[in-house]
Write a protein that binds this ligand. Structure first.
Ligand SMILES: [Fe+2]
Ligand SMILES: [Fe+2]
Length: 130
């Protein structure tokens, strides 16, 4: 299945992160109220920061050798999400949808490659979460 890296905590966060991007695209396509769309954009940005910080903590805690490269990818992804917020705030729905699509694809690519490697490294080290 799509988010099954072997690390349940990380998988769950990825589901939320991708779910927020999908919900935002749906909300724009279906002309949902501005308050709802505003909330989704802010939530996606905040959640992405929190999730990246959680991964940074795990990588530091377990002395992950690819920490720096992984962190650099997060920096680039976060810039994409911050761009999304700027584009959204400018009020252009088509441009926002294009950027949501870009963010969605970048996040999935990161999750399936870079995060997958991190999860494989952590799997034997992190206690099972039940
Ligand atoms: Fe990551
Ligand atoms: Fe991640």
């Amino acid at each position: 299945m799509e988010f099954d890296s072997g690390c349940k905590a990380i998988d769950g966060e990825h589901r939320v992160q991708i779910g927020l991007a999908v919900a935002l695209a749906d909300a724009i396509r279906h002309g949902r109220p501005k308050t709802e769309r505003d909330g989704l954009v802010d939530h996606l940005l905040t959640y992405t920061k929190v999730h990246f910080t959680a991964e940074h903590l795990l990588m530091r805690q377990y002395a992950y050798p690819e920490y720096r490269a992984h962190e650099l990818e997060h920096d680039e992804l976060l810039e994409q999400v911050e761009d999304l917020k700027r584009i959204y705030d400018a009020g252009d729905d088509d441009a926002t949808l294009r950027q949501v699509g870009r963010v969605h694809a970048w996040l999935l690519g990161h999750i399936r490659a870079t995060d997958e490697r991190l999860a494989a490294f952590l799997a034997p080290l992190v206690p099972a979460e039940g």
